[in-house]
Design a protein around this ligand. Structure first.
Ligand code: UDP
Length: 360
């Protein structure tokens, strides 16, 4: 039995891990120890995914969240080192680009435990993004770099990573979509609860620091969504960070009642909302891809994206939130658009490929 220690901390990581952890269990050749750093800790940002996606409860919960990036990462590094010393895994597995990812990779590298990175090689080429720093450093210390797309593989090759360390497995989020997306309630329960007609509303999510930490950008997004809400319903499951910022700006209580603010929803409800939206406006990485999985046009409220293939194929468009009109016009004009037929995220067998690679 090989022992894998998986470090998780944020919503998209719980979702991605659901299929890989399932693969470890199915193989019968791995013991997986789950460590939850506590980066996302609310029931609707964490527990709901463990419950809905059939995951085991974490073996270690570190309860670390808040504070600056350095302070949070530092506290995680210290605690993860202790856990890794006690558990003595054969390898450490990390996902994506959060502070939990970097802390897990660094703690393992310093203990000479080999690191496997899922979603390796993604680049925005914007070093002001905390995610870009985390992913570059994590890739640098990883022994196995599992890339989701051809573009991410090419980035690593250009950076001089040994080709033998890179395996292009496809995107585990596509595996999750095939696995769990099917389970979504066909009766449209969430749509009924919210009184939404299929194909006749905008779904919005906003959480990236480049938007929440710049008041002009956040204002352009909120004002743009308010303009849209005069024309058709805008459903916005709000990330706690965004809610906190809008509250401190004094804006939360002033939002127009036409904007349908929700607390973060579970994965199955989110998929339901995505599948039936007329258009999705988002700064999330995962939601950009899910829009494509369900062939819904997407407007990405950012200056750049790591998922360039969707922009190139016409499924997604980049719209920097410079003004409310820019946001509102882009969303309206994306409705009804389609892109070219592409299949950039593999065949839904990324998790199996990862488990097989780690067996060897
Ligand atoms: N998601 C969810 N509920 C929500 C918003 C998002 O389940 O209220 C899911 C979404 O379907 C996707 C993932 O969370 O699978 C994306 O995570 P997030 O946007 O937090 O992070 P990113 O993908 O940008 O790293």
């Amino acid at each position: 039995m090989r022992k894998i220690l998986t470090v998780l901390g944020a919503r998209p990581q719980f979702i991605k891990a659901s299929v890989v952890s399932h693969g470890f269990r199915q193989s019968g050749q791995f013991q997986e120890v789950l460590v939850h750093t506590g980066q996302h800790f609310d029931a609707n940002m964490s527990d709901v995914f463990f419950d809905e996606l059939g995951m085991s409860k974490p073996d270690h919960f570190l309860d670390i969240h808040g504070g600056g990036h350095g302070a949070m990462t530092g506290r995680m590094l210290e605690r993860l080192e202790q856990v890794m010393q006690a558990e003595r895994p054969d390898a450490v597995l990390v996902y994506g680009d959060t502070n939990s990812t970097l802390a897990g990779a660094l703690a393992a590298a310093k203990l000479h435990i080999p690191v496997a990175h899922i979603e390796a090689g993604l680049r925005s080429f914007n070093m002001a993004m905390p995610e870009e720093v985390n992913r570059i450093l994590t890739d640098r210390v990883s022994r196995w770099l599992f890339t989701p797309t051809n573009a991410s593989t090419q980035h690593l090759v250009r950076e001089g990573v040994a080709p033998s360390a890179i395996e292009e497995v496809g995107d585990v989020m596509y595996d999750v979509a095939l696995h769990h997306g099917q389970r979504v309630d066909a009766t449209g329960r969430v749509l009924q609860q919210l009184n939404l007609a299929p194909g006749a509303y905008v779904l919005a999510t906003v959480h990236r620091a480049e938007n929440t930490d710049h008041s002009a950008r956040l204002r352009a997004i909120v004002d743009g969504l308010e303009v849209l809400a005069q024309k058709l319903p805008v459903v916005w499951p709000m990330h706690p960070r965004t809610r906190g910022v809008l509250q401190s700006m004094g804006r939360l209580a002033m939002l127009s009642p036409q904007l349908r603010l929700l607390d973060p929803v579970g994965y199955l409800d989110m998929v339901q909302l995505e599948k039936h939206a007329a258009v999705i406006a988002t700064d999330s990485g995962g939601v950009q891809k899910e829009a494509f999985f369900y062939r819904v046009p997407c407007v990405t409220l950012r200056d750049e994206t790591e998922w360039v293939e969707l922009v190139n194929a016409g499924w997604n468009r980049l719209v920097p939130p410079v003004s409310s009109a820019a946001v509102a016009n882009a969303v309206i004009s994306a409705i009804g658009s389609k892109g070219q037929a592409i299949e950039p995220y593999g065949k839904g067998d990324a998790a199996i490929k990862i488990v097989n690679a780690l067996k060897d």
